[in-house]
Design a protein around this ligand. Structure first.
Ligand SMILES: [Zn+2]
Length: 282
């Protein structure tokens, strides 16, 4: 089983996770830039993080045979912090980088006017840079959040078929599908979707434009959830080809819209800017 996790925050994960992911079949990941739990206090803090998503993290992933790309944005939560919003002016110089395959994650957290502005600005940046967009939908008040998200996309210059609407569930999937957007589902240990509910939705809504991710981060989450969905699909009668479509070909097709996806893992160098993943020697 070959697996592309289209939404995972590897910065928060260990080398054990990379090893286990490779053993489970993961060969490619996209790491969206997001909120780190601890509030940032300046745009400089974002720039160091973006540089890490473009430098250190792909280097680390390559040590374990995994192709790493990222998406760059001001995340919805920190869009409300005036100390952070000036980073919007820095985004254009990141959005031209080779391994940036979308603008994201953008979208709504609490649905504030500041979030409206950041979302509209960044949808326009995606259109201007020929990139698709990864749009997070809120975890509270999901259907209202989805509707407001789809309205923002309709009002933007970015066509819905270049937008991946993420963190969908039973309450939001139908309207998201009708919009023409790509459909993202995050499978977590306790909350949001689980494997069994995911299989039900795949049966009901089909496999077209559907992506499944672990969204693993610094919270309780599981970087092998993609594999667990694949295994459950097979045990419930989906074919190998169905699994390959959801876990590999759909994410390749979506992020391929950037024209920048490069799935060959370069033979890893042993150091990145003089630093290795080893401790205490080579
Ligand atoms: Zn995320």
């Amino acid at each position: 089983m070959r697996i592309f996790d289209p939404h995972i925050h590897m910065t928060s994960r260990t080398t054990d996770d990379y090893e286990a992911m490779y053993a489970a079949g993961v060969r490619a990941v996209v790491e969206p830039s997001f909120w780190l739990g601890q509030p940032r206090t300046s745009p400089a803090s974002f720039r160091d993080y973006f540089d890490s998503l473009l430098g250190w993290e792909p280097f680390r992933a390559a040590q374990y045979g995994i192709a790493h790309h990222c998406t760059i944005a001001l995340n919805p939560k920190e869009a409300n912090d005036p100390r952070c919003t000036p980073v919007l002016d820095d985004l254009p110089r990141y959005l031209v980088k080779d391994r940036v395959v979308a603008v994201g994650e953008i979208g709504y957290d609490s649905m504030t006017p500041a979030e409206d502005t950041a979302l509209a600005t960044q949808l326009q940046l995606a259109a201007d840079h020929g990139l698709p967009a990864l749009v997070h939908t809120p975890h509270r008040d999901k259907l209202a959040g989805l509707r407001r998200t789809l309205d923002a996309v309709r009002e933007s210059a970015l066509p819905a078929d270049r937008v991946l609407v993420d963190h969908l569930n039973e309450t939001t999937v139908a309207e998201a599908k009708d919009s023409g957007a790509w459909l993202g589902f995050s499978v977590y240990p306790d909350t949001k979707m689980d494997e069994a509910r995911m299989a039900v939705l795949l049966r009901e809504y089909g496999l077209d434009r559907v992506l499944v991710n672990s969204a693993a981060d610094w919270g309780r989450s599981d970087p092998l959830k993609t594999r667990r969905v694949g295994d459950l699909m097979l045990s419930e009668g989906f074919s190998d080809d169905d699994v390959d479509r959801v876990l590999w070909r759909n994410p390749v097709a979506f992020y391929g819209l950037s024209g920048r996806l490069s799935l060959d893992v370069a033979p890893p160098g042993t150091t990145h800017q003089g630093n290795s993943v080893l401790r205490g020697g080579e």
